[in-house]
Design a protein around this ligand. Structure first.
Ligand code: NAD
Length: 450
């Protein structure tokens, strides 16, 4: 069945692709399985060299990759360039990690126990549409570094950058069959990867709803899973914070990627004593977000990914918001930056909007901030703004989330573990921690008795 890929900023088709079905998924798993013994046997320094070459090719083709991503996802070209830069860094990092993924020796009676980090075999990687290339690299880097072979399924809406990356993988000299990219429906190809007996693990990023199905499907073959799921993160602003800085930064922590970001700080919790002042600053800062043509160098926010998604996002805004920005006229799935005053019990504060809509919620004191911040089924990310270092640490330790920042809104770094608590999933991507998700620990006892 053919798949028409659209540019969300123009609603025009930009590619027609053939979609894989179950048969093609099985064939891709068979190719990955056949390629596995030789790939795991590649000497670590050579595997590192291949990953380093892939990183260099991403750098050499960075502008083309950024333009593909910008046209297919509707993201501003400046942001897309930054994302491609990170993809190269990810492959550099895991090139360096290949021969630093050590085992241990453990003192035991009668000999020595040693541990080895063994690859899993064929891994299935299922990727969402919001950061297609970045999230592909977060999974590919550690998978390949550990010696696994891969079948990667990009999202139906945004498969183009992963397909180009697949070509660069071959150009880098990584053997045929090690990385297989399949365009197809989640309910068909994704489902097959989850159930396939020759797939040892599924690395999944997507919604909590589908994540639940992945976990259920994986039970049949006791498949390992890493689940990077939804979020409803809090940006907590205490009254002793640098309010100007916090307010200037807050819009970009929700409206970046048009809010289609699992780490979006879509609940802005503000201490009541500075609530009015902060809201004033926040509205001004949000007014400054440049929304428009993603190919324009100055654009900070593009359209949403699809018409259907825009309808879902719009359904969260009831009544008159405290601020609603402007959007371009004409084609494109535009939705304005929107600020609503809310309580933590409102739907807009409980469910993941995945669009440029932020709920501003007052709190009384530190205990109240922690209570509200944790009053969500999710636990992915969040920010704490305060000048009190001890408070920052107390609140960070009490917050049930996997990735936090203090006086900043960043969540993702190549070197540091990324992943969720609670229904935001489990397992960690990025940094050395990601290698744990793509390898098994084997313990071997060597007798020293004559
Ligand atoms: P989605 O769950 O609809 O789809 C994700 C991927 O799963 C796609 O490739 C899709 O084709 C596939 N899929 C769908 N149904 C499937 C099935 N039955 N079996 C197997 N695979 C299936 O998510 P989306 O709409 O593409 O992405 C948005 C969601 O992803 C949001 O909830 C967001 O928070 C989450 N996300 C999480 C992270 C993170 O790291 N925690 C990062 C980005 C996005």
């Amino acid at each position: 069945m053919a798949l028409t890929v659209l540019n969300p900023a123009t609603e025009e088709p930009i590619a027609e692709l053939e979609q894989a079905g179950v048969e093609e998924a099985d064939a891709a798993v068979a190719r990955a399985k056949a390629a596995y013994p030789a790939w795991r046997a590649v000497a670590p320094a050579d595997r590192a060299r291949l990953l380093r070459r892939l990183a260099a090719l991403v750098e050499e083709n960075a502008e083309e990759l950024a333009r593909i991503e910008s046209r297919n996802v509707g993201k501003p070209i400046s942001g897309a360039r930054g994302e491609v830069g990170m993809v190269a860094q990810v492959f550099h990092f895991y090139a360096g990690a290949v021969d630093k993924h050590f085992g241990e020796t453990i003192p035991v009676a009668g000999g020595v126990a040693a541990t080895f980090r063994e690859p899993l075999g064929v891994v299935g990687l299922i990727v969402p549409w919001n950061f297609p290339l970045n999230i592909s690299s977060w999974k590919l880097g550690p998978s390949l570094a550990c010696g696994n072979t891969v079948v990667l399924k990009p999202a139906e809406l945004t498969p183009l950058s992963a397909l180009r990356l697949g070509e660069l993988v071959l150009e880098a000299g990584i053997p045929e069959g090690v990385v297989n990219i399949l365009v197809g429906k989640g309910s068909v190809v994704g489902q097959r990867l989850i159930e396939h007996p020759d797939v040892a693990k599924v690395g999944f990023t997507g919604s909590t709803e589908v994540g639940r199905m992945v976990m259920q499907g994986a039970a049949g073959t006791i498949k390992r899973v890493t689940l990077e799921l939804g979020g409803k993160s809090a940006n907590v602003i205490f009254d002793d914070a640098d309010l100007e800085r916090a307010a200037a930064a807050a819009p970009y922590s929700v409206f970046d990627n048009a809010g289609q970001d699992c780490c979006a700080r879509s609940r802005i919790l503000v201490q009541r004593s500075v609530y009015d002042r902060f809201l004033e600053l926040l509205v001004e800062a949000t007014r400054g977000v440049k929304v428009g043509d993603p190919s324009d160098e100055a654009t900070e926010m593009g359209p949403l990914v699809s018409a259907a998604h825009r309808e879902t996002v719009a359904s969260f805004v009831e009544g008159e918001p405290v601020f609603r920005g402007a959007v371009p006229e004409g084609p494109g799935y535009w939705y304005p930056c929107t600020l609503v005053e809310a309580t933590n019990d409102d739907r807009v504060a409980r469910e993941e909007v995945f669009g440029p809509v932020a709920a501003v919620i007052p709190f009384e004191d530190e205990a109240d901030a922690i209570r509200l911040s944790n009053d969500t089924p999710y636990g992915l990310s969040g920010s704490i703004w305060t000048r009190d270092g001890a408070r920052a640490l107390r609140v960070a330790r009490a917050t049930e989330a996997g990735v936090l920042s203090v006086n900043a809104n960043t969540s993702v770094r190549v070197q540091t573990p990324f992943g969720g608590f609670k229904q935001s999933g489990f397992g960690r991507e990025l940094g050395m921690h990601a290698l744990d998700g793509y390898s098994e620990v084997k313990s071997v006892f060597i007798s020293t008795e004559g």
